[in-house]
Ligand binder design. Structure first.
Ligand code: NAP
Length: 220
């Protein structure tokens, strides 16, 4: 079920976070995972108190389905409370097989993408966008949850576009998220300066409209 999002937990945990970080306020504070036993009202009111107290500037959701997000936004708006400004979900170029299990992690589905397209007061962020580096590393197999004819077809197109642009697969994935609909901010993780330079280099990669469309529409 995951950790609590009760008012008491939120009030306690913010103090621990500020102390550990040695700062006075947090720019963006996330509810890491939806926790249905705690009423949304209670959670959102507790987050709003942090914003009003100046301990947090913005609040975000993570691992939350679109309908829950909409309910939370509706509640916050009705009560005049701070609203979730973003949602952070598992998302990459390859799509998980139907019913794929990620434990506590929630993969972005079509509903969420549509919701973020239609609502420009919510930004989507993608975590694990490179699936741990499996796109380019022979020592890293594609996770079982993604292995499918759909993944084979999308990998082939990704390689073709990367080759046409003289870019790496990781760079094309990041560019596709940045230029697609909705705009998605990938959380870039790297463990070497070389990886980071390559990943940041994606900002130089501009996909043509046709490339964007073929990447998005390819299905297997
Ligand atoms: N909200 C949530 O529930 C949630 C869940 C998971 C993660 N996250 C967040 O999402 C962020 C990214 O997560 P992630 O580590 O799973 O991301 P990822 O993009 O799937 O994997 C990053 C890893 O891929 C490898 N890599 C990076 N750049 C590369 C490149 N150019 N070429 C080859 N390999 C490359 C590195 O592996 P090596 O280190 O092995 O070299 C790196 O550590 C983190 O900040 C994390 O906090 C959030």
């Amino acid at each position: 079920m995951g950790p609590s999002l009760s008012a008491q937990t939120i009030a306690q945990e913010i103090e621990g976070s500020l102390k550990r970080l040695g700062i006075d306020y947090i720019d963006l504070y996330y509810a890491h995972k939806d926790h249905r036993p705690d009423p949304l009202e209670e959670t959102l009111e507790a987050f709003d108190r942090l914003v009003k107290a100046g301990k947090v500037r913005y609040i975000g959701a993570s691992n939350m389905l679109a309908w829950r997000l909409e309910r939370a936004k509706h509640l916050s708006r009705a009560r005049g409370w701070a609203e979730y400004c973003c949602v952070q979900q598992r998302f990459s170029y390859l799509r998980p097989k139907p019913g794929a299990d990620f434990g506590a992690q929630v993969s972005a589905n079509d509903d969420l993408l549509d919701y973020c397209t239609q609502n420009n007061d919510i930004t989507m962020l993608a975590y694990s966008p490179l699936l741990g580096g499996c796109y380019t590393r022979p020592d890293r197999p594609i996770p079982e949850q993604y292995q499918s004819p759909d993944a084979d077809a999308r990998l082939a197109v990704l390689k073709m576009v990367a080759e046409d642009l003289g870019a790496t697969l990781s760079q094309v994935i990041f560019a596709w998220m940045r230029q697609g609909t909705p705009t998605i901010i990938p959380l870039i993780a790297a463990s070497t300066p070389k990886q980071m330079a390559e990943n940041i280099g994606s900002l130089e990669v501009e996909l043509g409209q046709e490339q964007l469309e073929v990447l998005t529409s390819t299905t297997g």
